[in-house]
Unconditional design. Structure first.
Lengths: 519, 296
């Protein structure tokens, strides 16, 4: 054995220390910018306002007239989500086909369709909705179009990635035998990817319901519009009824989507016909639901394609060009970017901490219920409530993001911890280690990559959300955009939209880089 | 007395009887090898000794902590927990966890997270003995680098001190698991196929480290081994197990070919050995004083 008396220093220590310092240097001003002051939650005047409002929640409003409104708005929300997703699907299939490298002889990234997808996804659906409301007037058509464009972009990107992730050999073989690219994909790749594609589409429908609830806040109909009115009049009883309806709707969508995904998992019966009673009834229900949705919403898409409509759209778009790039305005937009970034980072970090705490307890039932409740209320609705609790401003936005994201992350964390290898923790407990330390030394390292990836993915979503929380007065870019659009300052608004786009792309890149680094 | 099993039996919830009528005693400082065909119950026996599984019959006493089997008293201090993935585990009563810090288990598959660094994985051996603040601080900066390094040096792994466990080979990872238990300084070391992933030379050297460590500290070692020659060469006492029962319990020198042949009757003619050589060489080597001296 070599003589080596001095133990070596931990070579990772310097990196860890500088990483921690760097994080502190970056996070400190971000927390300042988000006006992070938990004390505001316990401010007596704020407590009085929110207490009064929450006291009004009981009893929930159950007047017959109101319930009729509520029922109609609920159907409208469902219809917007279904019609929007149908539109998104129609957009996504050709775009995904163009963007994916799957089935190509030479793997190419189609830069044109890829950047189109980025633009579609990078602008939040609520901003699209806000723009469409200006063109087509108040009503659900704006919501459907907005959902169609954003979700079309998301679906196309994910479709493209799923097709790229399956084994390419069958498609290559088919192409060598002279099959064209579409057929090679249909016969070689689709059978491998169909389950994942369908499952993701169903999941997106669930998200579309939550999103269409929110559309109402910019006047695109549905439950959101009712909620907006109730909140503006501080009518707690109505707000409570609407919130309960939200939750029921989201739970139901969750249930249906879970059932559909399980149905996809069951192996097919052995028979020549590819359709059983389940798939036949599904194939009948789906188109009728889509047709009924468009019918119910009374969207005459024919009117959109008349010369007059084209003219007014052209005029509207022309108003946005060129964007206002004066240094004064850029400085204000820069401030908005910083505030939006701060809201998203603070909201995500708070959610990661509380989500982990809520994911830990072994006895899941009450915590799952709490997490589902937090998750079922959209960020924008939380923002209307947190704005009452801590006053208008970025901190209300960060809190709203944190509340919703806690629900999402808590559930994902609990699943990840459940799936993490159990043996290391077991072994440590068997050697007498306390439960908490066995978790930290044994279980957590196994789950950490998943937890980090989930958190970063949520951050990517939250930056888009933080950009629009300003619509209800929670600061950041959204507040600027809402303000400028209501004053018809289209050139200024267009700068803000470009800023949102750049910000969301930058966050995507940073998050991908961080995921790589922390692996 | 290190441990005493008295008529211990283990029947799993699904009705499978893994052990029955096991009576086995060991004094402090003994080194025992468990041999026997796959599925004979070696791992189950080690699990009962390590308090991972409660016996369903008979009584077990480990390091002066006694706990009777279910049939006698219903195990008041060791309530059965819900059925976990592989085993019904004994819950962590504080009494139990104090006992458990004195038992070190080397698992067949090293239970170490891939993302953990070797130094942390080794230091985790003392989690039951360190105060909580020390264990927490050690996650940020390893607090006993020298200790971890010294332990790894004995297993020829010092150069991997700061490597991440997912960068190691199977054999290296298995030795990290052994290093953790050596670092724990347990009074009773239970090793389940501790060298199954190592080549013959390394296997011999590693088992030598285990026996030397326990001998020097007066600790007890029970190891299940697949390689019969390794068992006969390095352990003074051999316990043969077959079908959940003890087939023989003899000093290494008295284990005859016939006994081994009976024990492995279902595995064909050749005995499992390190090099898988014919068994007469094995026995000859076992009785050769030079080999014995070289090993233990």
């Amino acid at each position: 054995m070599l003589l080596n008396p001095a133990p070596p220093r931990d070579p990772a220590a310097r990196g860890r220390l500088s990483g921690a310092l760097l994080a502190l240097v970056i996070l400190w001003p971000l927390f300042r910018a988000a006006e992070f002051k938990p004390g505001a939650l316990f401010d007596s005047s704020n407590l009085k306002v929110i207490g009064h409002f929450l006291a009004g929640f009981l009893p929930p409003e159950r007047g017959a007239e109101f319930l009729a409104y509520l029922g109609k708005a609920t159907l409208e929300t469902l219809a917007i989500a279904t019609a929007g997703l149908a539109l998104a699907f129609v957009l996504a299939v050709p775009l995904g086909y163009l963007a994916t490298a799957a089935g190509r002889e030479q793997p190419t990234l189609n830069p044109l369709s890829r950047s189109l997808l980025t633009i579609l996804r990078g602008i939040p659906e609520l901003v699209w909705a806000l723009l469409f409301v200006r063109v087509f007037g108040l009503g659900p058509a704006a919501g459907v179009l907005a959902l169609g464009l954003t979700y079309g972009g998301m679906l196309a990107k994910v479709y493209a990635e799923i097709l790229e992730s399956v084994d390419p050999a069958p498609a290559h073989a088919l192409r060598h035998n002279g099959a064209g690219r579409p057929l090679a994909i249909l016969y070689g790749l689709l059978p491998q990817a169909s389950k994942e594609l369908a499952s993701y589409t169903v999941y997106r429908w669930e998200c579309a319901i939550r999103a269409s609830v929110v559309m109402g806040f910019v006047g695109a109909g549905g439950l959101g519009q009712l909620m907006d009115q109730a909140m503006k009049m501080l009518n707690g009883g109505e707000a409570a009824s609407i919130l309960l309806t939200f939750m029921l709707l989201v739970f139901a969508a969750d249930g249906i989507s879970g059932w559909l995904r399980r149905a996809l998992d069951t192996p097919p019966a052995a028979r020549a016909s590819p359709f059983g009673w389940r798939s036949i009834s599904f194939l009948l229900v789906l188109p009728s639901a889509i047709i009924a949705s468009f019918h119910w919403l009374e969207i005459g898409f024919g009117e959109l394609f008349t010369a007059g409509a084209a003219h007014s759209i052209g005029e509207f778009v022309a108003g946005f060009l060129p964007p206002d790039l004066s240094s004064d305005w850029l400085a204000r937009v820069g401030l908005g970017i910083w505030e939006t970034l701060a809201i998203s980072v603070v909201g995500t970090l708070l959610a990661a901490a509380s989500g982990l705490l809520l994911a830990l307890p072994k006895w899941r039932a009450p915590f799952s219920f709490l997490l589902n409740t937090l998750r079922s209320v959209p960020e924008l609705v939380w923002a209307t409530i947190t704005a009452l609790a801590v006053g208008l401003g970025p901190f209300a936005g960060a809190l709203a993001l944190a509340l919703h994201t806690t629900g999402v992350l808590g559930r994902l964390y609990a699943e990840a911890l459940d799936n993490a290898p159990a043996a290391p923790g077991h072994a440590l407990r068997l050697a007498g280690a306390p439960t908490g330390l066995s978790f930290l030394y044994g279980t957590l390292p196994g789950a950490a990559p998943q937890l980090i990836a989930y958190t970063l993915y949520r951050w990517e979503m939250n930056i888009r959300m933080a950009a629009i929380l300003g619509f209800v007065g929670a600061g950041g870019l959204g507040q600027l955009l809402y303000f400028e659009l209501s004053l018809f300052h289209h050139a200024q608004a267009s700068t803000v939209i470009i800023a949102m786009l750049i910000l969301s792309i930058a966050v995507d890149q940073t998050s991908a880089w961080l995921r790589q680094r922390l692996r | 007395m290190s441990f005493a099993l008295d008529g211990a039996g283990l029947t799993h919830a699904n009705g499978f009887t893994a052990l029955s009528g096991i009576t086995l005693r060991a004094n402090k400082g003994e080194r025992i090898a468990l041999i026997g065909p796959s599925g004979a119950g070696k791992t189950s026996l080690l699990s009962v000794l390590g308090t991972a599984l409660a016996p369903s019959a008979g009584s077990v006493e480990v390091l002066d902590f006694g706990f009777p089997g279910a049939s006698t008293a219903g195990m008041p201090s060791f309530p059965r927990k819900r059925e976990s993935m592989s085993a019904n585990e004994i819950s962590g009563v504080s009494l139990a966890s104090r006992l458990r810090t004195r038992i070190g288990t080397i698992h067949q598959a090293p239970p170490i997270p891939g993302r953990q660094r070797v130094v942390t994985a080794v230091l985790a051996g003392k989690l039951g003995q360190w105060p909580a603040w020390k264990s927490l601080a050690s996650l940020l900066y390893p607090l006993d680098v020298a200790g971890a390094r010294a332990t790894l040096e004995r297993l020829d792994l010092a150069d991997k001190l700061f490597a991440r466990c997912d960068q190691l080979s199977g054999g290296q990872l298995q030795r990290v698991g052994i290093a953790r238990v050596l670092y724990q300084q347990a009074e009773l070391i239970l090793a389940d196929e501790p060298v199954s992933a190592l080549d013959p030379a390394l296997a011999l050297a590693t088992v030598h480290q285990l026996t030397a460590d326990t001998e020097a500290r007066g600790a007890t070692l029970v190891a299940s081994l697949h390689a019969v020659d390794l068992a006969l060469n390095c352990f003074p006492r051999i316990v043969g197990i077959k079908g959940g029962r003890i087939a023989f319990d003899l000093p290494a020198g008295e284990v005859s070919e016939a006994l081994l042949h009976d024990l492995y009757a279902s595995e064909g003619q050749t005995l499992p050995t390190l090099a898988n050589e014919p068994r007469f060489t094995t026995l000859a080597a076992a009785n050769d004083p030079a080999t014995r001296a070289a090993c233990c």
